[in-house]
Design a protein. Structure first.
Length: 260
């Protein structure tokens, strides 16, 4: 489906981003992985994806909080592959704390990685997409792009920002063959969620089991975690030609959470 195309997925050494990278590679795209982690494990992953799907796979360790590193990563990818045809802005971090105790450095880091990084990758990817008259941008937002939760002020602000950014850029690029959409997962059991369970327990004064039952899954009428594979399949569909008329959409995939 994506043979001859190149995907760049930020934050793809773990969780949802890795699932998206696997799915796009399985459908024939060359892939630029990005994210942190153990060098040997990342190399093993790079090799596995490349061999399994007969595509080129690179890893770039650019820090998405650093605009000059993003610029270098995008420049390298476009020089090597001609364009980033499928851009998936997925890298994200979370911090859970009451607003009056929220660490100032965490506020700026969350805005930089979860929101501003997408501005940089998009502004740098779009010229080559325009030259080809084709491109797909998928921003991994969150149910928190649509509704809020307590103690997540920076994350909710950043993800609402992603929704607005998605719509604005979609309008700008609508006649250029480039679609721009956001997917809004509910809770997916990845390291990002696993790490916030103890913090949420502390902030709310409840046990970790109660956080899973009464905070996380309580928000989702299905009472099930969303899976990485489901988010990856939706993202791959948005990247397909069948999705050419879907742009500027902010699509929930959250077990009914925001229908309430
Ligand atoms: P994760 O912690 O498993 O993975 C995050 C990835 O981002 C990793 O590859 C990590 O190395 C990378 N990363 C973190 N900081 C980075 C930086 N400064 N520069 C480059 N890479 C960086 O998290 P996840 O749950 O897979 O989350 C992925 C995205 O999905 C995030 O944007 C998150 O907000 C969003 N999301 C997650 C959930 C969920 O329940 N897990 C729900 C809704 C939205």
């Amino acid at each position: 489906m994506f043979i001859g195309k190149t995907a760049l997925v930020t934050g793809s050494t773990s969780g949802i981003g890795l699932g998206i990278a696997r799915t796009l590679a399985a459908r024939g795209a060359n892939v630029v992985l990005n994210g942190f982690g153990d060098g040997r494990e990342i190399e093993r992953l790079r090799h596995e994806l490349s061999e399994m799907h007969d595509v080129q796979v690179r890893h770039d360790g650019a820090d998405m909080s650093q605009p000059e590193q993003i610029e270098r990563m995008m420049g390298t990818a476009i020089a090597e592959f001609g364009a980033v045809d499928l851009l998936v802005n997925n890298a994200g971090i979370q911090h859970v704390a009451p607003v009056d105790e929220f660490p100032v450095d965490k506020w700026y880091a969350i805005l930089a990685i979860n929101l501003s990084a997408s501005f940089h990758t998009v502004r740098l990817a779009v010229p080559a997409m325009k030259r080809k008259g084709w491109g797909r941008i998928v921003n991994v937002a969150s149910a928190h792009a649509l509704v809020a939760s307590k103690y997540k002020s920076a994350y909710v602000a950043a993800k609402h920002g992603v929704a607005g950014f998605t719509k604005a850029v979609a309008l700008e690029l609508a006649e250029a063959g480039i679609t721009v959409n956001a997917v809004c997962p509910g809770y997916v059991l990845t390291p990002l969620v696993e790490q916030q369970i103890p913090d949420t327990a502390r902030a709310r004064g409840i046990t970790e089991q109660e956080v899973i039952r009464d905070v996380l899954l309580a928000a989702q009428p299905t009472r099930q975690f969303v899976t990485v594979e489901q988010v990856a399949a939706l993202t791959a569909f948005l990247c397909s030609d069948d999705a050419a008329s879907i742009t500027g959409a902010v699509l929930p995939i959250e077990g009914g959470w925001t229908a309430q």
